[in-house]
Design a protein around this ligand. Structure first.
Ligand SMILES: N[C@@H](CCC(=O)N[C@@H](CS)C(=O)NCC(=O)O)C(=O)O
Length: 280
């Protein structure tokens, strides 16, 4: 890799000289499976193949909310997909998600089975299947969908942009860090202004958009993600902090946010979930 200030892009990019930076070993410019391997299937209606990252946690928190609401059909097996080891490129995983990213869901209670990929699509699928946490009235539904899609469109600037260049890139590029810091602080301000007059993102009622946005921006303000709490001055977003602190007190959040976690203190990890008692 040449020094960034001397780099002149070639006429046609080729897959070589990729070095440094976290995730370099799993990045590839081609889609599809790298190896043959079936996915395991458990005993419950819903089979989740995931990892406890913000995109994964959205789904496990929603599933725990649905179970808390009494929906037995939301019982799930959560299998661990180790993206650092390339599990997302197995033939079985690619059948459920051709995009090779967690989370991926297989609903085996339908005939034929239903595959769903993209965390936002999984959330809408589950909310519609159980008639929960997604308003039916058209304008309330539009507001919920707007914040859900806001999260899906915004978080890549936070994770893939800010987080990547602030925490993971092999060098600190001032231009990239400035560009993405500007955008992430603007996003935090969008949320903060919205939450200045609303208890939850859409008003008085908690819904899937809160779960989705919380997994990224709630964690960012509460958990020193990317060790950037001071750099981003996250404490100054008072309304986001108030909302985020309230959500982490929900029992379903406490349960779901631990599923598919294979790091942190051993006693809180729940790498796989096949029964409610797996989350102590
Ligand atoms: N837009 C997708 C993003 C999913 C995503 O980026 N997942 C990451 C982990 S958070 C992943 O599986 N990365 C593996 C890879 O890039 O190979 C979603 O929301 O489901």
């Amino acid at each position: 890799m040449s020094d960034s200030k001397d780099y002149v892009p070639p006429k046609v990019w080729t897959w070589e000289n990729q070095s440094g930076g976290k995730f370099t070993n799993i990045n590839r410019p081609i889609a599809g499976a790298t190896h043959e391997k079936e996915l395991p299937v458990g005993k419950h209606p819903l089979q989740l193949y995931s990892l406890g990252t913000p995109n994964g946690v959205k789904v496990t928190v929603l599933l725990e909310e649905l179970l808390a609401l009494g929906h037995e059909g939301a019982e799930y097996d959560a299998f661990l997909i180790n993206i650092g080891e390339g599990d997302q490129f197995s033939s079985g995983f690619v059948e459920v998600n051709p995009n090779s990213k967690i989370p991926a869901l297989l609903d085996v209670s339908t005939d034929p089975h239903t595959r769903v990929f993209e965390s936002g699509a999984i959330m809408v699928y589950l909310a519609e299947k159980f008639g929960e946490l997604l308003p039916e009235e058209p304008s309330a539904r539009a507001e919920c969908m707007s914040w859900l899609f806001w999260q899906m469109g915004s978080a890549p600037y936070l994770g893939g942009g800010f987080g990547h260049f602030y925490a993971y890139a092999p060098e600190k590029f001032e231009y990239a860090i400035n560009r993405f810091t500007m955008e992430v602080k603007r996003q935090l301000d969008v949320l903060d202004q919205n939450l200045s007059s609303r208890k939850y993102l859409c008003g008085d009622t908690y819904n899937i958009s809160d779960i989705a946005v919380h997994s990224w921006y709630g964690s960012l303000v509460l958990r020193n993600v990317y060790e950037a709490a001071e750099f981003l001055d996250v404490a100054s977003y008072k309304n986001v902090n108030r909302w985020a602190n309230e959500i982490v007190e929900r029992p379903a959040y406490k349960r779901g946010s631990r599923v598919n976690q294979a790091w942190g203190p051993k006693e809180t990890q729940v790498p796989e979930r096949h029964d409610a008692s797996d989350i102590k």
